[in-house]
Design a protein around this ligand. Structure first.
Ligand code: AHR
Length: 491
């Protein structure tokens, strides 16, 4: 094993010299200064944030720009202005001051219509904000995509010019325009009523000719045909793209913007003609939906960005912290911006998991060893096991610090079963619901120390024993005879 791992080390070292800046192997080199025999090639460090990020900001768009700043925009409750925030970190967006770059020109009558779901992009040296807006004073629902062009290094102080309505080929309700590039080809995608489909909105795509022009005719690539897309309203909207693993993943949101709002997924090969509707494959079930255990309802209209170190994909979305709404959901102001890391399955597809709880985001605990094995829960009062390619939410644990017995301790709380912790039950690591007893607190508290088998990992100490993977693959609390078996890497 040693020889093989040494060989791999040399291979990784050689590869790392020519790797892309985001190659995790390069990351391992730079961080560890030496080959970590126990980390596979596709590892990525944790991307930890605290939710909720920003209250009363729906349809969030976060752009990480080449200047190192994150730029944030979103729908505001009154839908009457386009705002921007900027920060060097995602967390910094929380309290960053807002600049109004466009204010609706009326509070009633013509020009008082909605401003919905702005996105900010940087294209060929200029800033562009795409936003859905009432047009020609024809009232709130006469919504069309318009684009503003900004000149200046910092979009918060740029000079903005309204470049007008984008002709989508169908002069009717259209919104949620997003810009993306794949293999150098530029596209716009948006939500659009389509008389040929009937009531509701479908997703359209067209090649981008310039910031305010698309190649017509545009093509409808998805319509709300499945039951979960047709609750309250027939909706496909809020498209956003991430390109990974040779695929184009286009997320969108469906149904009314209440607790029935969900995220769907279209997938195409990166080399396909994306304006051919036949190249897109629709997931038959939502990939992200309301989740009562963490009190997140109607999650959707997500975007993608990357973590501060560039090594993790992150998605931002909105949700509400309560299920029942009085009246029209669009008039409810409490869709808030949240962020969490996006994980990837072994087959290269994204695993969105569940909307995580308020507070610190959870991490995966990867065991030492070449293959990707993670501490995994299978439900209340069940033994913690080792899982690989299981639903990511079963492998996510929030490291509560201080832990249940106070300073100097940590506790490991399940992300999909809040209030349930990894606890020592007669030497077995078991997921148990907190019953508030002192005995439980002791059993579910550990001392987090530097990884016994690798300084880049962590170990969890309980007295003179550790959370450890036994020789027969069980997760126990016992002696760390094999230090690597008591070492875990947070992802
Ligand atoms: O938030 C306003 C609108 O609500 C967005 O444009 C759309 O995605 C959602 O339905």
């Amino acid at each position: 094993m040693k020889l093989i791992s040494t060989f791999l080390s040399i291979a990784v070292l050689t590869t790392a010299a020519f790797a892309s800046p985001f190659d995790p192997r390069t990351y391992l080199q730079s961080r560890a200064g030496r080959i970590l025999e126990t980390r596979a090639e596709d590892i990525s460090p944790p991307a930890e944030y605290s939710n909720t990020l920003i209250q009363q900001r729906a349809d969030p768009h976060i752009l990480k720009h080449s200047d190192g700043f994150y730029y944030f925009t979103a729908s505001v409750p009154a839908y009457d202005q386009v705002i921007l925030r900027r920060s060097e970190t995602i967390e910094g967006l929380r309290n960053a001051p807002e600049t109004v770059v466009y204010q609706r020109n009326a509070t009633s009558g013509p020009g008082s219509g909605y401003l919905w779901a702005p996105e900010i992009h940087y294209i060929d040296g200029k800033w562009y904000i795409y936003v859905a807006s009432e047009i020609n004073g024809r009232g709130s629902w006469a919504i069309r995509p318009i684009v503003f062009e900004g000149t200046g290094e910092n979009p918060l102080t740029a000079t903005w010019v309204d470049k007008g309505v984008i002709d989508t080929g169908i002069n009717d309700f259209s919104l949620d325009m997003t810009y993306f590039e794949v293999n150098g080809v530029r596209y716009l995608s948006w939500a659009q009523t389509d008389p040929s489909f009937g009531s509701g909105t479908g997703l359209f795509i067209a090649r981008w000719t310039n910031p305010w022009t698309v190649e017509l005719p545009a093509v409808g690539i998805s319509y709300p045909t499945l039951a979960w897309e047709r609750i309250g309203h027939n909706v496909n909207e809020g498209a956003y793209v991430i390109v990974r693993n040779g695929k184009v993943f286009l997320t969108y949101s469906a149904s009314a913007t209440d607790h029935n709002y969900v995220v769907g997924l279209l997938t195409a090969d990166e080399t396909a003609d994306l304006t051919d509707p036949n190249v897109w494959v629709k997931a038959q079930e939502p990939v992200f939906r309301s989740y009562e255990p963490t009190e997140n309802w109607g999650p959707g209209h997500n975007c993608f960005t990357v973590s501060e170190d560039g090594l993790s994909d992150v998605f931002a979305y909105h949700s509400r912290g309560y299920k029942d709404i009085v009246g029209e959901p669009l008039n409810n102001p409490d869709r808030r911006t949240r962020v969490q890391k996006l994980y990837w399955r072994n087959d290269g597809t994204p695993d969105f998991g569940v909307p995580v709880a308020e507070g610190l985001t959870p991490v995966r605990l990867r065991t030492a060893g070449g293959d990707a094995q993670y501490l995994t829960n299978e439900g209340d009062a069940t033994n913690i096991i080792l899982g690989s390619d299981v639903p990511v939410e079963q492998t996510l644990f929030r490291i509560i610090n201080p832990g249940l017995i106070g300073q100097g301790s940590v506790s490991l709380e399940s992300a999909n079963l809040p209030g349930h912790f990894i606890s020592n039950q007669c030497g077995n690591a078991v997921l148990v619901e907190d019953n508030g007893s002192e005995k439980f607190k002791q059993a579910a508290s550990f001392e987090q120390v530097v990884g016994l088998g690798d300084a880049d990992g962590v170990s969890f100490k309980a007295g003179d024993e550790y959370l450890v993977v036994s020789l027969d693959g069980l997760v126990i609390i016992g002696p760390a005879d094999d230090e690597a078996a008591a070492t875990f890497f947070t992802e």
